[in-house]
Design a protein around this ligand. Structure first.
Ligand code: ADP
Ligand code: MG
Length: 309
């Protein structure tokens, strides 16, 4: 049986009262990859993760998490989570936080102790593991936060703004830890409002703006200069020609053909092929937004909204 993606959201809607926080989101996270959910503050990133983890109840939701329906609580034993603005009791030590989390995840005591030992080392907190959380910097708290998220050896780890408030050096460390998680075969789902942070580590990203995914795909594809042309045909592209275009590396979706090309000259051959096949061309336009531009326009449109970000 083909393994499904680690996360497959077919449709997710969440309303808080009349306010629509997630407006029919669909996304898919391949196993063993780092996935970045990007978007300005208030876009709905935390709401999405909390919906997957049954912390809040979505208004409408179809999809799967680790091959089980979203909302199945037993699946959560296979999931790790570092919440946004995570706060651990100041009077616990780093090791105690990890063991506490192990307890919540149902990891037996002796194993929990061994894992806590190993994990404080993994996150570079070996010398600090017996000091109280209250004495830690923000970066150290986040490292312990990452360690506690791994204590049940999860197949997928959700990290909500893991570098928030962490200094540049600490951010690099966190990035390395995320890469190490992927090397261990885990899927990592990272929420961030910082494009640069995630761009460097994520295999794929989705940009969320006001509850909608406005762009998604491999970082490589989304950032590769992204000069493209979009051809729209009258009605869907017929299957024969569609197959040929796809073989040539073009993306075809319904009546839309996307041609990666630096100038309009390169597109003419595609147009000729389409017309030879009897396809009527309705529109040709250049698509030039890079990932960063898209992200920034999402941020500024969110700002202009006023009131609710
Ligand atoms: N419990 C809640 N009640 C009402 N509105 C909420 C609640 N939680 C979040 N929101 C609103 O939903 C939107 C998305 O929030 P959130 O998911 O936290 O965004 P992000 O994590 O992308 O910053 C925001 O406008 C926020 O104000
Ligand atoms: Mg958030």
């Amino acid at each position: 049986m083909r393994e499904r993606p680690a996360v497959e959201i077919e449709f997710l809607k969440k309303r808080y009262g009349k306010f629509v926080a997630l407006d029919g989101v669909a996304l898919s996270v391949p196993r063993g990859t780092v996935f970045g959910l990007l978007g300005p503050n208030g876009a709905g990133k935390s709401t999405l993760v909390k919906s997957l983890l049954t912390i809040i109840r979505p208004t409408e939701c179809r999809g799967s998490l680790l091959d089980k329906s979203i909302g199945d609580r037993k699946t959560l034993a296979r999931v790790g989570y570092l919440p946004e603005h995570a706060r651990f009791p100041d009077y616990l030590t780093g090791r105690e936080v990890i063991r506490y989390s192990a307890g919540l995840a149902g990891v037996p005591g002796r194993i929990a102790k061994e894992r806590a030992e190993a994990l404080v080392g993994t996150v570079g907190m070996g010398d600090w593991g017996d000091k109280k959380v209250g004495t830690y910097s923000k970066g150290m708290k986040q490292r312990i936060g990452l360690a506690q998220a791994l204590v049940n050896e999860p197949e997928i780890v959700f990290l909500d703004e893991p570098t928030d408030g962490v200094d540049p050096e600490g951010r690099i460390e966190i990035r390395k830890l995320i890469e190490a998680m992927r090397e261990q075969g885990r899927t990592v789902f990272v929420n961030s409002h910082l494009l640069g942070e995630v761009e460097q580590v994520a295999d794929e990203v989705a940009i969320l703006s006001r509850g909608k995914v406005i762009r998604s795909g491999k970082v490589r594809d989304l950032t590769a200069g992204s000069r493209m042309f979009e051809i729209r045909s009258l009605g869907p592209v017929p299957p024969e020609i569609r197959g040929k275009l796809e073989t040539a590396g073009l993306e075809v979706a319904g009546d839309r053909i996307t041609v990666p090309a630096a100038d309009a000259g390169e597109v003419q051959g595609v147009i000729d092929a389409l017309r030879a096949a009897g396809v009527v061309i309705r529109e040709l336009k250049e698509v030039r937004q890079s990932l960063e531009e898209l992200f920034l326009s999402a941020v500024s449109s969110a700002r202009q909204e006023g009131g609710k970000p």
